[in-house]
Design a protein around this ligand. Structure first.
Ligand SMILES: Cc1ncc(C[n+]2csc(CCOP(=O)(O)OP(=O)(O)O)c2C)c(N)n1
Length: 600
């Protein structure tokens, strides 16, 4: 068995969520600048970094992940340790910068925490960050619990500076959001080495890049030698005659269900293929790999010339659990099948996600249905308008794609319906501005609805450049969407209150009739905003309700059918505890049955 990974002397212990431990690791490492764009499951990392004093560490939201990485790269060039956090798909956005920075290396250490989402709990896909890391030839460290999350960030900075490379620390939803006890230590002093002039290294023109590409290959070889001796790749002797190679959170599942197995826990999951791995494989009769998502380790073992079983036993899609790891070992004939007792006898009721009661996005999609638009959606809370009863989104791909797709549809010339892109305020700032410029430049005939709820609601309500408040809660400059859109050259721009249904219907109709690019800003703070806009609750006057069901088209969770029946249909009631007082149902009701409760 290897010695413990080098941990600095502990000063105290705390119970921490994985993301909190990552934040602590960044602070302890002496990081000066930490940046992120929110995205589940990574969001709490920067929120926790911001709890450390600003004199120690600058913590800020960026407009998107590429900007976040560029800011961190700038701090690294300036000679300070720099840290950036994002969800897995955020790395796609930041990849352009990473692919060049990997040629350059670092001055101050540069570490990216990238959080994958096996099982797609809250994402648009479940891509495996290790494949992008391999493309960029950037080492990946994979912690298995909150303690390792902290320690590996410190290790990552050492590796970054020692091997002159950005380093990725890969987490997953389960690790990021699980709490465990963590030993914490003091903060290292910031490095303060200053900028180092070296255009051949720092400026990626073709002649310089050509000279640096071979260095990446040399760096990989050096990293593999380092892996052979590193305690981050941890060998545990067992009593069985088979061995399991695993990493990250899967390690705890393996230890739970197969305590007798020989285990090689890889803390470094790219590059894979060290002498230690070879020695482990040679020491057991049968080799299994337990890794979530892609067969990265499995392929590396095969490349070393060993027979190995991995994805034939353990799924390539979704998230693992002790149960699924056990099932794989049963399939391999290594564990006896077991009847599992306990757990829930009945399946939980499936409750489809819905927009909150009083959600300001609701009226926009009601109006879009009324004009029978072809809707290019985007990513945010408002994507929920795809399901019943709103059912008002036709396509949705990735952050910021709505406007570009609308341009393409209008240029294809086949669509008879008005083409509308709907995009949230945070998403518009993230990736919606270049495609809006494109729409104006190429004279597309589309309408863009900016759904401005003054927050990044989907990820829990983070501020952004359109809210005028920083990550540390300080007031700052605020983007004025109307002025911004006009400066791009959009001639037709209107801003309306999302709660004014008549105005919403009328203005949207005018917008889609306009030939060219029209922009409608639907403006109302999120109902869950810290400054709550909860108004007086409404109620249904039962005697006036004609059970027409019009209000039910809102999909508002505060509305429910009652036992009273009119003309064969159930009348509707309002749960006063859930009603946010937005008044949309009252505006829709044709028989004036919905009134403010306190007027009764
Ligand atoms: C590339 C990428 N980064 C981050 C996310 C996480 N994410 C999903 S939607 C969203 C923004 C939502 O805010 P907004 O557009 O204002 O809409 P709202 O949820 O407030 O309605 C974020 C950050 C993502 N899905 N993809």
């Amino acid at each position: 068995m290897d010695a413990e990974a080098k941990t600095p002397p502990a000063v105290e212990t705390h119970t921490m969520m994985g993301n909190e431990a990552i934040a602590r690791g960044a602070w302890e490492s002496g990081v000066r600048v930490a940046v992120a764009y929110p995205g589940t499951p990574s969001t709490e990392i920067l929120e926790n970094v911001a709890k450390y004093p600003q004199e120690d560490i600058e913590a800020q939201w960026a407009t998107n992940e590429k900007v976040a990485l560029d800011v961190a790269i700038g701090a690294s060039f300036a000679g300070e340790r720099a840290f950036v956090a994002m969800k897995h798909v955020g790395l796609n956005v930041a990849l352009d910068s990473l692919m060049s920075q990997t040629y350059i290396g670092v001055n101050g250490g540069l570490v990216l925490a990238v959080c994958d989402d096996p099982g797609i709990h809250s994402s648009q896909n479940e891509q495996d960050t290790r494949l992008l890391a391999e493309l960029a030839m950037v080492p990946v460290l994979e912690p298995g619990d909150a303690q390792e999350a902290l320690d590996f960030i410190r290790n990552a900075f050492e590796i970054s500076e020692r091997f002159d490379t950005p380093v990725i620390v890969r987490s997953t939803t389960r690790l990021s959001h699980t709490r465990s006890v963590v030993r914490v230590s003091e903060r290292l002093p910031a490095s303060a080495i200053g900028f180092r002039e070296n255009p051949g290294k720092n400026v990626m023109i073709p002649a310089h890049a050509r000279a640096r590409h071979p260095l990446l290959l040399e760096r990989k070889t050096a990293l593999l030698e380092y892996c052979a001796g590193s305690p981050l790749n941890h060998w545990e002797e067992g009593t069985a005659d088979y061995g399991i190679i695993t990493a990250g959170i899967s390690y705890s599942y393996v230890k739970e269900v197969a305590p007798e197995a020989h285990v090689l826990k890889l803390g470094i999951t790219w590059p894979v293929g060290s002498e230690k791995l070879r020695a482990f494989c040679a020491s057991v009769k049968r080799i299994l790999v337990v890794e979530e998502l892609e067969p990265v380790i499995e392929q590396a073992v095969r490349d070393l010339g060993f027979e190995v079983e991995g994805k034939s036993l353990f799924s390539r899609v979704g998230e693992f659990s002790p149960r699924s790891v056990r099932d794989g070992l049963v399939k391999a004939g290594l564990l006896a099948a077991q009847s599992v007792s306990g757990g829930m006898a009945t399946k939980p009721l499936i409750r489809p996600p819905v927009l909150c009661s009083g959600c300001p996005h609701t009226s926009s999609y009601m109006a879009l249905r009324a004009v029978d638009a072809r809707v290019c959606g985007d990513i945010g809370c408002y994507t929920l308008a795809v399901v019943e009863p709103l059912k008002a989104i036709d396509v949705c791909v990735a952050m910021g794609s709505s406007i570009g797709m609308a341009v393409g549809m209008s240029k294809a010339g086949t669509e008879k319906k008005p083409i509308v892109a709907t995009i949230g305020d945070s998403t518009f700032l993230h990736a919606g501005i270049p495609p809006l410029i494109d729409a104006v430049y190429n004279n597309a005939d589309i309408t863009v609805m900016i759904l401005d709820n003054h927050t990044t609601a989907m990820t829990g309500g983070q501020d952004h450049a359109g809210t005028g408040v920083t990550l540390r809660g300080e007031k700052t400059a605020r983007v004025n969407f109307e002025e911004l859109v006009r400066s791009i050259g959009v001639q037709w721009v209107r801003q309306i209150d999302s709660y004014n249904l008549a105005s919403m219907y009328q203005t949207l109709r005018e917008a889609v009739e306009y030939k060219g690019v029209s922009v409608l800003i639907s403006d109302r703070p999120c109902v869950l905003d810290p400054v709550k806009i909860r108004g007086e609750a409404f109620l249904v006057e039962s005697e006036s309700c004609v059970a027409c069901q019009s209000c039910m088209n809102l999909g508002c969770p505060a509305l429910a059918w009652t036992d009273e029946v009119y003309d064969g249909h159930h009348k509707v009631g309002i749960d006063p505890a859930q009603c946010m007082g937005c008044s949309l149902c009252a505006q829709i009701c044709p028989s004036n049955a919905i009134q403010l409760a306190n007027l009764q």
